[in-house]
Structure formats: C-alpha cells, structure tokens
Design a protein around this ligand. Structure first.
Ligand code: BJ8
Length: 427
C-alpha cells in the first residue's frame, strides 16, 4: 500500500492503533482469499481494493471533499443512497465487521450487544477507521433496539441523523417512510448546499440501479450448475459495493461477469462436482467478516447465494426509473426500500418467501441460517423460517457466531455433519 500516513493523520486517525489493524489484514486476506484455486482474473481489481482498503478510496474521498463534496456514512440498506448522491454527497456503508473494533465499542456499550453494533461504534470512537473519520454525517435508522440506542451514543461524538423506519408495512407505514425520505432529502440539501432536483435524482436512481443490475448479473451466474466463482469472492464484491465509487464498481463487476460467462460456457467450476450448494440467510456480514463463508467453503460446501443485506437484499429490487414528477420519484424510492424484508419488521413473511424462492432459483441443497449473537430479531425469526423450510423439505441449520475465530473448529464439525446429511445434489 502506498504511504497514506499524512492523510490518515489529517483525518485524526490514531496511527499507532491503526498500524496494528493494517498489520493483520494482509495475512488474513492471503489466507482466506488469495489461497483459493482458480480465481477469476478480474478479481484482481477487488484484491486491489482490499490491499488499499484504507488508502486509495480514502484519498479519493478526500479529493472530493476538497472540491466541496460531503461524505455520508450509513449502516443499513434502508437508507436511500439515491438521495445522498443526488444532493452531491457520497454515500458509504460503514458497518463494522472486525473483532479489532469490539474493545473500543465495549467501552461505551454493554458486552452483550451485537458485534456489528459494537464494532461500528468502536471504529468511530477509537479513531481507527478512516472511513468514519471521512464522514461529514452519519445516518442511523430505527431498525433493531441495539442500533437505535447506539445512535444516541454515537451522536455525542459526531453529527448523526436518524431515519425513523416503520416496523410494519401498512399503508400508514409507507406514508411515514416517504415522509422520512423527504426529511432525509432536506438534511442532505442542508449538508451539501445542493438542491435535490428531479433531474439529479433521476441520474442517481439510474446510477444506483446500474450498480444493482451489475450485481444481479453476477448473482445470476451463481445459479449455474458449474460455479464460476466462489461464494467468498461474491461476498467480497458485495461488501465492496457499499463504499466503492459506484460507476467504477459497476464497470468492474461487468468486466468480471464477461469472464465468468466465458467460464460458464466452458463448464469451468471452482468447486468439485457434487459439492453441496448452500444458501446463507440471516444477519449482514460487514467487511472483513468472511468467517462463515470461509468455514463453509473449507468444510466441503459452496455458497451460492446470500439472503442477507450483504447479499440479495442490497440489490434484488430496482427503483422504478419511469417517474413524471419528483413526488413520483420519492414514491418509487419508498416502494423499493420498503420492499426489503428485515427481521425488524413484523410480520416478516416476505423473507420466508424470499428464502424459499432463492433456494429454488440457485438450486441450493441446504440453508445455513447465520445470526450474530444478541441479534434477537433474527434469532427469534429462526423458528418461523425453520418451520416453513421444513414444510418444503428444505434442510436448514442455524449457526450463531461472532467475529472471533475461537469457535471455528466447532462450527466446522457442525458444517461437515450437515453437508454429509445433505443428499448428493442431483438437480
Ligand atoms: S435491513 S439486517 S442492515 S437493520 S445491528 S439487526 S445484526 S442486532 S444489521 Fe441490519 Fe438494516 Fe436489517 Fe439489514 Fe441484528 Fe445487529 Fe441489529 Fe443488525
């Protein structure tokens, strides 16, 4: 990585602590990613993004900021990036996926809090993530209780705007969410000094839809009988989608898909024939949380799809691009975003339908229900999901685990037993 110390210092990053973080990532990435066999050549761009994880993009953001742009950090896929970009802001997803940030999070949060929340708060409070330091505004949302209360603490250290997400998808919830999107628009305009117009919103809807289309194309290739890309690599790409430049990202994903299509036509597979195909569902996996996928793919399985926010929830629905007025655009945004099926909603039967549909579309052999500890919404929802899947004859196991590797051996044993139990795929 080039030398970015001056840049990090100017952002107020704690250099000494940050060095500790930077020292472990390359080895970790090498072991999990670079050691894979037969990776597509076009993964090189995404390898580069990781090798420069706190460098290249941070420099880009600093350059944009120098020209007057504002950086907006988010933690949830319900926050509409289209509004951020239309107002001349740059949206970046900030959820923390590393154990490294947990101790700093635990200084202000109870230990029995979800690791995603602890790591996100810890990354900000410990000044060890230059993305947090680059953000002019953080946007929280009223999803789970842990997040809701964490924003109050985060707000003591940095400007935070909270979007009030309804918890039921009724008509009045929809109207409320549209109102929240309008308030968010006003907030962005106030921050950037740029008016969100029908024209710039039209452009940003297209920009973000294009990114979604690229990811849809990538995921469609994972439906192939011969898998041209590993689940780990696909996960990495989706994680990078949250903070990379959207236009460049879209172009790079399409370049990769061109290569994958060729591989598919030639019957190239990165897994041996008969490897059980796994659908992962549950809580999001923020970068660099690659634990579950790595364990699955080194225990004899292949991940073919993620029904998570770092998977299809992020891109499966597009925003309608055919709008006559700005009011129509805002309604289209409302409809698209409220179609996401997070466990913080009640009821949330749409998620069960999605899991069953995806299981069939991706020709999966089994489902792994992944949950971070202390995420009660996802943990409780397991009962309904399990019952519905069993009714369909779909094998499922739940694995609850945090970011540490202490339980890796135990999880591997459970996974191996699960894969053994799955019938050899004959589809
Ligand atoms: S739309 S899943 S990104 S809220 S922080 S709910 S893991 S206890 S992240 Fe989420 Fe938006 Fe829903 Fe997706 Fe559980 Fe942890 Fe809460 Fe979490």
């Amino acid at each position: 990585m080039a030398n970015y110390r001056e840049l990090w210092e100017s952002l107020g990053v704690d250099l000494k602590k940050h060095d500790e973080l930077c020292a472990v990532l390359p080895e970790f990435f090498e072991e999990i990613y670079l050691s894979q066999n037969d990776r597509p050549e076009n993964m090189n761009y995404f390898n580069f993004v990781v090798s420069e994880i706190h460098g290249y993009r941070i420099q880009e953001l600093a350059d944009h900021k120098e020209k007057g742009a504002k950086v907006v950090g988010t933690f949830c896929v319900y926050v509409p990036d289209e509004i951020t970009f239309a107002g001349g802001g740059i949206g970046i997803g900030l959820c923390g996926g590393s154990d490294f940030w947990i101790p700093d999070g635990e200084k202000v949060l109870p230990r029995n809090t979800c690791p995603l929340i602890k790591a996100s708060i810890g990354a900000k409070l410990g000044n060890t993530c230059p993305y947090f330091s680059s953000a002019d505004l953080l946007v929280g949302e009223t999803t789970c209780d842990g997040k809701k209360k964490a924003w109050e603490i985060l707000g003591e250290y940095t400007p935070v705007h909270v979007m009030d997400l309804p918890q039921m998808k009724r008509e009045k919830g929809k109207l409320h969410w549209m109102d929240e999107i309008k308030i968010y628009k006003d907030k962005i305009e106030e921050l950037t000094g740029t008016e969100v117009t029908k024209e710039n919103l039209e452009k940003s809807i297209k920009l973000i839809n294009d990114k979604r289309r690229a990811l849809q194309r990538l995921y469609n290739l994972r439906k192939e009988e011969n898998l041209p890309i590993s689940g780990k690599d696909a996960l990495l790409i989706t994680q990078i989608a949250f903070y990379d430049d959207p236009e460049r990202f879209t172009e790079k994903v399409h370049a990769l898909c061109d290569e994958l299509e060729k591989r598919a036509a030639e019957g190239v597979s990165v897994f041996a024939e008969g490897t059980p195909r796994i659908l992962v569902t549950g809580t999001p996996m923020a970068i660099p949380n690659w634990k579950m996928h790595h364990l699955i793919e080194t225990s004899g399985g292949a991940v073919v799809c993620e029904e998570t926010c770092t998977g299809v929830k992020y891109f499966q629905d597009l925003v309608n691009e055919d709008n006559e007025t700005m009011e129509d655009q805002l309604r289209s945004l409302t409809d698209r975003y409220l179609n996401i099926n997070c466990a913080c909603f009640t009821p949330n039967d749409g998620r069960i339908d999605d899991i069953i549909r995806l299981y069939k579309e991706y020709k999966a052999d089994g489902v792994i229900y992944y949950s971070l500890p202390f995420c009660s919404t996802y943990a409780i929802e397991y009962k309904k999901v399990k019952e519905a899947l069993e009714k369909e004859g779909i094998p499922v196991i739940m694995i609850e685990t945090d970011y540490s590797l202490q339980d890796a051996g135990q999880i591997k044993t459970r996974l191996e037993a699960f894969f053994e139990m799955l019938d050899a795929p004959e589809k």
